[in-house]
Design a protein around this ligand. Sequence first.
Ligand SMILES: Cc1ncc(COP(=O)(O)O)c(C=O)c1O
Length: 399
Amino acid sequence: MTHNFSDRISGLKPSAIREILKYGSTPGMIAFSAGNPAPESFPVADMERISKEIFETMSTEALQYGITEGYTPLREKVRARLVSKFAAATDGDDVIIVSGGQQGIELSCKVLCNEGDTVLCEDPSFIGALNAFRSYNVNLVGVKTDEKGLIPEAFEEAVKREKNVRFLYTIPTFQNPTGITLPFERRKEIYRIAVRYGVMILEDNPYGELRFKGEDVPTFKSLDKDGAVIYCGSFSKVLSAGIRLGFVSSPKDVSQKLVVAKQVSDVHTNQFFQILANKFLEECDFDAHVASIRKLYGRKAALMREGLTASTVSVKDKVTFTDPDGGLFMWATLPSGFDVPEFAKKLLEKKVAIVPGVAFAADPKKPVAAFRLNYSTPSDDQIIKGTALLGEALCEELK
Ligand SMILES: Cc1ncc(COP(=O)(O)O)c(C=O)c1O
């Protein structure tokens, strides 16, 4: 039988980049290509103890259907943390629990956009979000960024130029893939432009808790006096990625639509893990846990930077690496015309995997002379060995 697929899914093709990502898990490979949290960051013993407790004392609640908005005690705790740490929930906002930040992003597009409407994003940006937007057949347009992140003037130009701009998708803090944090001045300017033109901001902040140096920068949501910001967060990088817990703080009317959209998608987020996360927040020292992850990633990021600096001395004018203050990623920029996908393939022979920058481009047909590196997944030894091999390969190509 011939299978005919919808336009929205036919447009999403597995790319050559996926081939490279696949190699990340082959034995002996040093995978700088991943985006996973460090396995040692999972609080396994506490989660095991709490799981047992749940089965012993509240198995029915954990195994029964729950409400779409999320498990009420967890919603309340998430809201309290969003208010105290990020000023990211006002009286006009509701907080709901979703199945990972990814679902919050996808549902936001579902409730805000018709086919052909425009979604703006940083160029480069998180591939999972870009593909979610593509699956709704929107006009996805990348906005120019520089070493500080999204450029406000470029954002305004795009808003004026494109038709039916519904929202800007932004990862302002420790961006994926660049690791860049958008300065507060730019956030204020972008917020003003968005409100002036009636464009919403979808602020994605899954790494906000993971600052290992520098000062916190206020969120877009903290500026939101106009009901213009939908804020997405996640437990993936601070508790566990596999339990699929995220949250969205948004104006009440938006939240109601998100709930309806979620209902037809998966009814509610996994009840057992919502209860588990709630108990973890109640019984364990979450701040101390997050602090230990920050320390771990700060050390790994420094190790990666040291390794890269030492191994690329002879080509230091031709390659630059971002210096993130938190999060999971570093971004390498090369002279324009450098064939990164080809370089990445050659690097696989040295057993090092990176992700070519084109994987994160709003327009995947445009070449990108850059690549992403992840430091949370590889071990210290792998970071030391891998940065030496990567530097050696870059020196060969660039000299
Ligand atoms: C920028 C960004 N947003 C959202 C997500 C999705 O996270 P979650 O596991 O909560 O769905 C990721 C995951 O890597 C990400 O990098």
